[in-house]
Write a protein that binds this ligand. Structure first.
Ligand SMILES: [Zn+2]
Length: 156
């Protein structure tokens, strides 16, 4: 199971999980961000009910910086993984494959895996096309620029 938001981090996570386990063995799960701090718990109970053995989520170094998103920190990941592992009778674990990587490194990996970045969405503005100027749009652009390409979601 992959926690999936439609952005580049979780899309790369999904591509990674599909490469490792095969498309028929991977379930993307979208959890609304309003419940940010419970989303891992909710995902764990759904994953168990579906007999999943691993939950992937796209935590990475940039989001952990300054503790902007506490659930992206190594400490959070370690304790959540431990809690889920014990709480599930050692049937379910969490993997955060990018926890020690930045966004540019995630994009590099995703490009290798041919992740469909033209369909991803990070912008918080809720317009028809990404605005290109908000914080997440700028982070994305930098991550693609670091890999020598333009953000494929921005089109021409
Ligand atoms: Zn934006």
């Amino acid at each position: 199971m992959v926690l999936f938001s439609g952005g580049i981090d979780s899309t790369t996570c999904l591509a990674l999980a599909i490469e490792k386990y095969g498309k028929e063995n991977v379930i993307p799960l979208s959890v609304f961000y309003g419940q940010k701090h419970e989303k891992e718990v909710e995902a764990a109970s759904i994953a168990l009910s579906l007999d999943c053995q691993v939950i992937y989520y796209g935590a990475h170094m940039d989001d952990a910086a300054g503790n902007a998103y506490p659930d992206c920190s190594q400490a959070f990941y370690d304790s959540m993984n431990q809690a889920v592992w014990e709480g599930s009778g050692k049937a379910l674990r969490i993997e955060a494959p990018f926890i020690n990587q930045n966004k540019a490194q995630i994009v590099a990996r995703g490009l290798e895996l041919k992740a469909p970045y033209q369909f991803t969405w990070n912008c918080y503005e809720g317009k028809e096309r990404p605005c290109g100027v908000c914080g997440t749009c700028i982070d994305r652009r930098k991550a693609f620029e670091a890999n020598g390409i333009k953000d494929p979601a921005l089109g021409e």
